[in-house]
Structures are given as C-alpha cells and as structure tokens.
Design a protein around this ligand. Structure first.
Ligand SMILES: NC(=O)c1ccc[n+]([C@@H]2O[C@H](COP(=O)([O-])OP(=O)(O)OC[C@H]3O[C@@H](n4cnc5c(N)ncnc54)[C@H](O)[C@@H]3O)[C@@H](O)[C@H]2O)c1
Length: 290
C-alpha cells in the first residue's frame, strides 16, 4: 500500500490526482485534513501512532515538511521538529514495522548556494556545516539519518529541483515572475543570468511514480532538463502574455546558478521530463485565467 505524508501539499495534491486517474490505490495523511475519510487521515508525522498505518507492504512517500526556507527561518524550532524529528519518527517506525520502501522528498538546496561545479550530481559530498539555509540543513540531516545505517527497507531520496506549476501561493521565482509580467510595468531582478533547472510539478509526480515501481535504491536528482535563466522566464512570459515590462537588473555580475544533473534518474529509472517551459507557462496562464 502506498502511504503519502503531506497529502495536502502542492506536490501531494498533484500526486493524488495522478494516482486517482491511474486507479492506483493509496492512503494519505496530513496535519491539515479537516475531516477524516477511509483514505485520508489527519495525523502529525511526529505522532508515534502513525506506525499503525505501516506494514510490510508499505511504500512510504514522505512529503510532509516545512517546505520553504522562509517557513524554516520564521520557525526554526518547528522546522527541526517537523523536518528532522518528524522524519526520524517515520524512519524508526519504518524499521520497526519493516516497511517495503521509503521515498523521501529532499531538495537541490542540499547542494548549497552557487557552486563553481558545473553539474551537481548525486555523488557530491554534502557538507552540512557549509550550508547556510536552515531548510537545506534539515533536509540534509534527514538524508543522513535515512542513509545512516542498514535499514531493512529500500530507500529512495529524491532531490527535487525548483518546482513550478499551477498554484497561487508559495510561489517559486518562475511563477512570481510570470505574475509580475502580467501585473507590473517594471521588474527588478538580481542578475538576469541567475538560473535553475526548474521542473514542472507533473514531471515531479511522474518521477515519484517511477520511484514507487523501481527496484533500485539511492539518491536521485529530480530536476528539469535545461538551465532556465530569469531572462528566459521573463522573455517567454511576456511573449505568452503579450505584455511588455521594463527590467531593472540590480546585480548583473553575481548570478546564482544551480545545475543538478538529472542523468542518473534518466538512466536508472528511465524517467524523462515531459513538460516544456512554454507548455508549463501556458498551463499557468489558463489556470490563473489570464
Ligand atoms: N515545492 C518545491 O519546489 C519543492 C522543492 C524541493 C523539495 N520539496 C519538498 O517536497 C515536499 C512537498 O513540498 P510542497 O511544496 O508540495 O509542500 P507544501 O508546503 O505545499 O505542503 C506541506 C504539507 O505538509 C503538511 N505538514 C507539515 N507539517 C506536518 C506534520 N508535522 N505532520 C503532517 N503533515 C504536515 C502540511 O499540512 C502541508 O500539507 C516537501 O518535503 C518539500 O520540502 C518541495
């Protein structure tokens, strides 16, 4: 049985929709469920009673977290309690109940800020002491806790790239810029060369589903195919929206760049991102009714 923590998250809701469409059975938990149903249960990941939902056939997809750096900065104690202790509670219960597989939602943030390394692949050593983002630190510690000893279950750590999709809050730079291109006459950015390998949430969901059925263990970057610069986002957005904006580039010489390589997951799980930037932006345009 597939058990998803954080079913009410942005990714969780998209995963739920896809699993329902594919008639794949699952249960979801979240601390933000108003009324319990057979398949959706309000429980906190720090609660030991969650172990009642685990058995030897459980494939756990652990999404629940304080999921942004700002949330973690605003509530550092809670960030550690949920992201580190909550995850550790699940790891301990997973061992006790000898579950089948643990899929953990990690992030490219564990690679740290700008690094000169061209492509960040999964073999890079993650030095937690060098990380300055509390969010990244909580995820890196949980990765180590998962990898730390010979757990009885298979584990897959997915380091998601920066995700975008159809949503109205918790926006990534990509959705924020798209909205600004619609609503504002001028936009201020650090460096137009700043780039990420943005990935559409539908591609994240297809990567999670590949992980459910894969018999492999390990760490996998789940990131988009191409470096997408802020310049490209603005150009594509204004084209799609048929708008014009004045760009105020504040710090052109200091772009922030992260390039997590998706080669491993493509090779090992035969996963491919399917949503292009233009398709993703057009879908966002329809969603926002622009
Ligand atoms: N969105 C991204 O760009 C991105 C990128 C990399 C990694 N991730 C990771 O993917 C996962 C999902 O991200 P998202 O943006 O969809 O999340 P989100 O912020 O939309 O939702 C987080 C969910 O976790 C639940 N939750 C929080 N604490 C809980 C607890 N103690 N017990 C039970 N439920 C709890 C919340 O109620 C919420 O529904 C997170 O682990 C996040 O760190 C997200």
């Amino acid at each position: 049985m597939i058990l998803i923590t954080g079913i009410n998250s942005f990714i969780g809701k998209n995963l739920e929709e896809k699993l329902n469409k594919s008639k794949i059975k699952f249960k979801g938990i979240d601390k933000n469920i108003k009324r319990n149903t057979k398949n959706k249960i309000n429980i906190d990941i720090r609660d030991k009673k969650i172990g009642k939902l685990f058995n030897k056939n459980t494939i756990l997809i652990h999404l629940a977290a304080l999921s942004t750096n700002n949330q973690c900065k605003d509530s550092p104690d809670l960030a550690f309690d949920i992201n580190v202790n909550g995850t550790l509670n699940l790891i301990n219960l997973a061992n006790k109940k000898k579950i089948k597989k643990f899929i953990f939602a990690s992030t490219e943030w564990v690679y740290g800020n700008y690094t000169k390394k061209n492509n960040q692949d999964e073999s890079l050593f993650i030095d937690i002491e060098k990380l300055d983002s509390l969010y990244a630190i909580t995820k890196a510690i949980s990765e180590k806790n998962l990898n730390n000893k010979n757990h009885s279950f298979k584990k897959i750590i997915l380091r998601f790239g920066i995700i975008y999709g159809n949503r109205k809050n918790n926006l990534s730079a990509l959705e924020s810029l798209f909205i600004k291109c619609k609503k504002e006459d001028s936009i201020s950015v650090g460096s137009l060369k700043t780039s990420r390998r943005f990935i559409h949430v539908e591609d994240v969901v297809s990567g999670i589903i590949k992980s459910i059925y894969s018999n492999k263990d390990g760490i996998f970057n789940l990131a988009g195919e191409n470096d997408i610069t802020l310049k490209r986002i603005i150009e594509s957005s204004t084209k799609i929206l048929n708008t014009k904006v004045k760009i105020n580039e504040i710090d052109s010489k200091n772009p922030s760049i992260r390039k997590p390589s998706n080669k491993k997951i493509k090779r090992v799980m035969n996963w491919r991102p399917a949503v292009s930037l233009v398709e993703g932006l057009n879908s966002l345009k329809t969603f926002l009714k622009y």
